[in-house]
Design a protein around this ligand. Structure first.
Ligand code: GLU
Length: 467
């Protein structure tokens, strides 16, 4: 049995986007599920647009996502002699030819015919015609001799049989006049050279695949299997782009999503294991992944679903691992209180947060007094007798020696009952005064973490402010 070998082949002309990450992930899941190899090839032949910093960013994002690749990364820029070898070979087959037509000449043909298809000017020229131009040093491109009749077909693992009439494919360029081979050519040579068994990439490459099939056939290479993944669209059904908000993996990392959550969500774009359960880590996804279950329909990127998945991942993460990640995101986190306190804050806030950043933002009142108490809330909950009640409560709180949530709860509730008050009329103002908001985890747990001094200080501050 051949061991599957797949590759992710990004062009380093930008950071890793969600679409690229989903392609990389599908390749990874397929390879690992089948006991195969997941390889990386950097398609950096476009010297002007390719940048080293993008290569670093892409690799960083892949590492962060946990998509560990096998073997050394292949760089197309290192493969010039390999391409030259196959350029010679393809010319020898006579199924590719040199075209000496100038740009102006081609433009005037195209204008006359009103079609962008190459008109075949140099397709069947005699050897002596060609040699004359070579002697003159006329620049030339190398074009493929696409069969004039018939069809080019392949069976896509997701889209089924794809058939293109050869009349729709012109004699496209394999090598530019500056001697550099084009994407469709280098892609085939490298896939062959790297012994790739399955090409898994975005649906936008289907038309390239038809052209590549012609090259495989001319060179007599065994073709890999092809699987094209459905596009990712924004909620407006348009192709996912910056207009829809963040699209870079690194942006999601900065927004405080865990890689496990992003991976989980991306895996579900156009695929599902067919079970009710939707929360999986990378290893579980490897076990479940099945390319044949990928749907053809474009997938819609739904940030609400991502947030839901992210919140579930947060819930199952250990407090210690969350603490480590939070410290990496915010250097001041972990410095102001004892570690135990931080772990308790995490325990309280993780069921209420979608991301690390949200958790950090929600934790603000554990470290800082609320800045300005919102007057619209105050009007609703701070009645004419509230300051007096809170004042008496402060005296009761001052007497508590064992400042723990259970003790606090017993005392505050007794205070409410003994004074014949309603729970809401006391608990809401306390929460508002110490947190600045009306929602959140257990008030008594918050009070315990905040400690006696801060709670009393904040209650007094509110009384003063609302006098
Ligand atoms: N460099 C191409 C891209 O980034 C690779 C396509 C492929 O996987 O063959 O779209």
């Amino acid at each position: 049995m051949t061991i599957p070998r797949v590759r992710f082949a990004p062009s380093p002309t930008g950071q890793l986007h969600l679409g690229g990450a989903r392609t990389a992930l599908s390749n990874y899941l397929y390879a690992k599920n089948q006991g195969g190899k997941f390889l990386i090839r950097i398609e950096d032949t476009d010297l002007e647009r390719s940048k080293k910093e993008y290569i670093d960013q892409i690799c960083d994002s892949l590492k962060w996502l946990g998509l560990k690749w096998d073997d050394e990364i292949v760089y197309q820029s290192d493969n010039k002699s390999l391409y030259n070898h196959w350029i010679e070979k393809i010319l020898e087959t006579k199924k590719a030819y040199r075209c000496f037509a100038s740009k102006d000449e081609l433009d005037s043909y195209r204008n006359k015919k009103g079609s962008l298809h190459y008109p075949g000017i140099w397709r069947d020229r005699s050897t002596s015609d060609v040699n004359k131009q070579l002697e003159k040093g006329t620049p030339f491109t190398i074009r493929i001799k696409t069969p004039i009749t018939g069809e080019t077909k392949f069976t896509d693992l997701i889209y089924g049989e794809i058939i293109i009439s050869n009349t729709e494919i012109d004699d496209f360029i394999l090598v530019r006049s500056d001697g550099t081979p084009v994407y469709n050519f280098t892609n085939v040579i490298d896939d062959y050279n790297m012994k790739i068994t399955n090409v898994i990439r975005g649906e936008d490459h289907i038309s390239n695949t038809s052209k590549q099939i012609l090259i495989y056939d001319i060179l007599g290479f065994k073709k890999p299997e092809f699987a094209h993944l459905p596009m990712i669209l924004g909620e407006d059904q348009k192709r996912l782009s910056k207009r829809h908000g963040a699209t870079g993996v690194n942006e999601y990392r900065k927004m405080g999503y865990q890689s496990s959550a992003l991976i989980n969500y991306l895996a579900f774009l156009g695929w599902s294991p067919g079970s009710e359960e939707e929360i999986f880590d990378l290893n579980q996804l490897v076990d479940k992944f099945d390319l044949s279950k990928v749907q053809k329909k474009s997938a819609i990127f739904d940030s609400k679903k991502l947030n839901w998945i992210s919140s579930r991942h947060l819930l199952i993460s250990s407090n210690m691992s969350i603490l480590k990640s939070l410290k990496r995101l915010d250097v001041s986190w972990g410095e102001k209180k004892k570690q135990d306190c931080y772990l308790k804050i995490i325990e309280l806030l993780k069921p209420r947060s979608n991301t690390f950043i949200e958790l950090i933002e929600k934790s603000d009142y554990f470290f800082n007094d609320p800045k300005q108490l919102d007057n619209s809330i105050k009007i609703k909950i701070w009645k004419s007798d509230t300051s007096k009640i809170i004042n008496t409560l402060i005296s009761a709180l001052e007497k508590i020696e064992n400042w723990e949530s259970i003790e606090l709860e017993t005392n505050v509730k007794e205070f409410i009952k003994n004074n014949g008050l309603g729970f809401g009329s006391v608990l809401k103002p306390i929460r508002f005064a110490i947190c600045g908001v009306l929602d959140g985890p257990s008030l008594f747990e918050i009070m315990e973490i905040l400690n006696k001094d801060s709670v009393i200080r904040r209650l007094n501050k509110a009384i003063l402010e609302f006098k």
